[in-house]
Write a protein that binds this ligand. Structure first.
Ligand SMILES: Nc1nc2c(c(=O)[nH]1)N[C@H]1C(S)=C(S)[C@@H](COP(=O)(O)OP(=O)(O)OC[C@H]3O[C@@H](n4cnc5c(=O)[nH]c(N)nc54)[C@H](O)[C@@H]3O)O[C@H]1N2
Ligand SMILES: Nc1nc2c(c(=O)[nH]1)N[C@H]1C(S)=C(S)[C@@H](COP(=O)(O)OP(=O)(O)OC[C@H]3O[C@@H](n4cnc5c(=O)[nH]c(N)nc54)[C@H](O)[C@@H]3O)O[C@H]1N2
Ligand code: SF4
Ligand SMILES: [Mo]
Length: 754
């Protein structure tokens, strides 16, 4: 067959945050024959990693669920959608009748951030549940950045991103974009952008207990002791004040609260005072502080390794405080704010001032953990299930999540899920988590869905809008992902298993339109709601496409239903399958601020107070304590891509990286079985001796441990690995955000049988 008979479709990859454009060839039999990088994509310019092309294998994976499963006599069997909905209705209604809505809970996993249906409609499902027991992967991930951005700049979405394309100096802490391709910094071909900094004479510094690929490709690797970045960052701030290096442009200085408080609060954190604990010499810390202040432009960026630790939020704050003190906040080449096509909380409402950020509106039942972003920390989910009392969790809805592998003390959660009265999962696999579900509802495969990165474009290094149509037609009998969510919402509202998801969708869009026309801040304020609804629904458009069109048209660049000719709309994106580039990031202050003061809060009280805890963390440190950290591999994706053979064959495997000194001390060589134990559990895993980890550090990737019974993942089972979250501790959280602590876990390491 010649290539000319094939059709070509362009589609954004939904697997990680890089949003690469894919060029997908489909033959007349409707099979994908090739996936490669879309050279004309306005953002990724043809870049792709080894995972992108495996959307074909994922689509064709015989283990991927196509029909709902219901658990009967302990075994999952395929049923019709009708039957599945009946079981869901009976299960959820039964729990509500017996225990009330407080017994319901939901967990939303990472792919919710990468799928348009949940992005636009999961809120309807959560509201319909009528319970506060909402959990998500955010509290094993990035909540510290939301809290820091919220208190400093006014909204949880007020998170600056490093302007990697224009900076002269990039310092990255706890991030390995050569493996992860970046996070809360949407930046396709992050590696290429790093190389470009160096090619134009700039400098790249990586702070990490491991000499990662990113560290190897940078100018300088700072090998830090895990969990001590807060001390290192506070010491750099100390140097900036002590040596009078702080330089802030007048535009920002006039918007700044709290400079003196910060100076006083870091006085004790001299580089010499912290060097033994951080493992970074005082000279190095002082030199890096001077370099950051002296560079024409500089950006400091921190991610997983500095967020999933006991000082996750304080780290996030100190990083952006440094971006302010060095004169790099909201300035080209520094740390900047994106203006996404569908807007964000930094573009909505009155410009320059706002309500500010609040958390702790409610507390978890058992251990009284404060609410954050409408959720409780997922680390408390197990105790909410197992502790008797009013509002004890008896039912769980998971959407695209695998908390049994991804959340702390996971053996405890695994056991707790088995105690639930009812569980329903929206998922494409029967895996370690969904094996506990009474019903599994599979959405269509990625290639059968439309796509737009509503969430990820909020944190992109350029302003980008790119919509993808489905590559392949889904089977008519199966609902779309957003229809599953809406139908579930209808059931939760008591409308029964036959409720029509379109009815709820119509209500949702009607509420959005009537809300906007009566909102003085909207670009369609005062317009006729029916006229707007008709325009939105023209040609029978509905579902994700209609909802997205509304967000685009009423967004910062929006066409506003004819009022702004040439503005952004879904039709514009349909005419531009390689995406629309809305330009480089631009300074946005003061308009983007939403603090009650209308200023940048450099020294929120909670953060200043936390410096006491930070200082105390140096007391009685045992420098010989082995500490566990994680790692990501380019060919892996959290817990769920291990069933794709082209990715797992070869070098990808779950081993414990350990330094030669430590290996020699315990008598291990590569391949030796190690027992790694923490307060809450232990695993056995082969050693991989490598000087890429610091002495005293052992590194395990997360997302493995596929050997449990009752799953259907034949490839993943062959190379099961161990679940590193058996070792992480549910009782230790970052107290400022409730985020789990997944790094710098104290462990013992010994040779099995020694
Ligand atoms: N120790 C340790 N633990 C960690 C981390 C770490 O660094 N170290 N990282 C943490 C981070 S950053 C994250 S984000 C979490 C992730 O935690 P989770 O989100 O809980 O886990 P994932 O592995 O992303 O699981 C995704 C689930 O979604 C399903 N899925 C895939 N595609 C779709 C889809 O299109 N629709 C639906 N409905 N389901 C789909 C998959 O089958 C799988 O069950 O893990 C965290 N856990
Ligand atoms: N290939 C692949 N890509 C992914 C994912 C994946 O699983 N695989 N997951 C996606 C998700 S959900 C996310 S959130 C992003 C995360 O993206 P990144 O934040 O880049 O995550 P990692 O690659 O895990 O890099 C974290 C680094 O922190 C280091 N570290 C650990 N502890 C400390 C510490 O105490 N201090 C410092 N300074 N460093 C420390 C680790 O050694 C590691 O190199 O990646 C996304 N992209
Ligand atoms: S880097 Fe991320 S978005 Fe790009 S192809 Fe790989 S998995 Fe897909
Ligand atoms: Mo994540």
């Amino acid at each position: 067959m010649t290539d000319t008979q094939n059709r070509t479709v362009f589609r954004t990859c939904p697997l990680c945050e890089a949003t690469c454009g894919l060029e997908i060839s489909v033959n007349p039999q409707e099979q994908v024959v090739r996936i490669r990088g879309d050279r004309d994509d306005v953002f990724s310019h043809g870049f792709i990693c080894p995972k992108g092309s495996t959307l074909k294998q994922l689509h064709e994976d015989p283990d991927r669920l196509r029909k709902p499963l219901v658990k009967r006599d302990g075994k999952h069997v395929e049923v019709s959608w009708e039957e599945a909905w009946q079981v869901v209705n009976d299960g959820l209604m039964g729990v509500i009748e017996r225990h009330g809505r407080g017994a319901l809970s939901a967990y939303l996993g990472n792919p919710n951030a990468h799928n348009l249906g949940p992005q636009l409609f999961s809120a309807v499902m959560l509201r319909s549940m009528g319970s506060r027991n909402v959990f998500s992967a955010s509290t094993v991930d990035q909540v510290p950045k939301h809290v820091a951005g919220g208190l400093m700049f006014g909204t949880p979405q007020s998170i600056p991103v490093p302007d990697v394309d224009h900076t002269d100096y990039l310092m990255m802490l706890g991030a390995n974009p050569y493996a992860s391709n970046g996070s809360l910094c949407t930046s396709p071909d992050f590696p290429g952008r790093i190389q470009a900094i160096r090619a134009r004479g700039g400098k790249v510094v990586v702070v990490d207990p491991r000499r990662t690929k990113t560290a190897e490709e940078s100018d300088e690797w700072i090998s830090i002791r895990p969990g001590t970045d807060g001390l290192f960052l506070a010491a750099m701030v100390n140097v900036m004040f002590a040596e009078n290096l702080v330089s802030i442009e007048p535009r920002i200085a006039s918007l700044l609260n709290g400079v003196d408080e910060l100076r006083d609060a870091v006085a004790a954190f001299t580089p010499a005072a912290v060097q033994d604990v951080t493992g970074v010499s005082a000279e190095t810390t002082a030199r890096l502080a001077r370099e950051l202040c002296g560079a024409p432009t500089a950006a400091v960026y921190g991610r997983i390794g500095v967020n999933t630790v006991e000082f996750g939020t304080t780290n996030a704050w100190l990083i952006d405080a440094i971006n302010v003190l060095t004169g790099n906040i909201d300035s080209r080449g520094g740390a900047m704010f994106t203006t996404p096509g569908t807007g964000s909380s930094t573009t909505r409402g009155a410009a320059g001032k706002g309500k500010g950020f609040a958390m702790g509106r409610g507390h978890s039942r058992v251990s009284n953990k404060p609410e954050v972003l409408g959720e409780y920390p997922v680390a408390v989910l197990a105790e909410e299930i197992t502790t008797p009392g009013e509002n004890q969790v008896r039912a769980l809805i998971t959407v695209a999540g695998n908390p049994v592998l991804s959340t702390p003390h996971s053996n405890q959660l695994d056991a707790a899920l088995a105690e639930l009265e009812f569980m329903v999962s929206i998922d494409i696999y029967l895996n370690e988590t969904t094996r506990h579900a009474d019903v599994i509802l599979p959405p269509p495969s990625a290639l059968e869905k439309d796509h737009y990165d509503v969430g990820l474009y909020i944190y992109a290094v350029r302003n980008i809008a790119n919509y993808s149509v489905p590559v392949l037609q889904k089977d008519d009998a199966s609902p779309e992902e957003h229809e599953i969510l809406l139908k579930l919402a209808g059931i939760l509202q008591g409308l029964g298993p036959d409720n029509d998801p379109l009815a709820l969708e119509e209500q949702t869009i009607y509420a959005m339109v009537t809300g906007a026309v009566s909102n003085s801040g909207s670009n369609i304020h005062g317009r006729d709601a029916d006229e707007i609804l008709n325009m939105l629904s023209a040609g029978g458009r509905r579902g994700t496409a209609r909802n997205l069109d509304f967000a685009l048209q009423t967004g910062p660049y929006g066409a506003a239903f004819g009022a702004n000719p040439g503005g952004l709309s879904l039709d514009v994106l349909l005419a531009n399958p390689h995406g629309v580039d809305l330009g480089a990031l631009e300074p946005k202050m003061p308009e983007m601020l939403r603090t009650p003061s209308g200023r940048i809060e450099l020294s929120p009280e909670v953060f200043i107070n936390d410096l006491k805890r930070l200082k105390e963390s140096m007391n009685g440190v045992d420098l010989d304590q082995m500490l566990l950290v994680g790692r990501r591999d380019l060919k892996s994706n959290n817990s769920w891509m291990h069933n794709i053979k082209v990715l797992t064959k070869g070098s990808l495997s779950c081993t414990a990286h350990i330094h030669p000194n430590d290996a020699a001390r315990i008598g291990a060589v590569t391949g030796t079985a190690l027992r790694i134990a923490s307060r809450v559990g232990e695993v056995q895993v082969p050693a991989e001796v490598t000087d890429s980890v610091r002495p005293g550090v052992v590194s395990l990737p997360h997302g493995w441990g596929h050997s449990v019974p009752g799953t259907k993942m034949s490839v993943a089972g062959e190379k099961a690995g161990v679940n590193s979250n058996i070792l992480t501790d549910d009782q230790v959280l970052d107290p400022l955000s409730g985020n789990a602590v997944l790094s710098a876990i104290p462990v013992t390491v010994e040779v099995v049988g020694a």
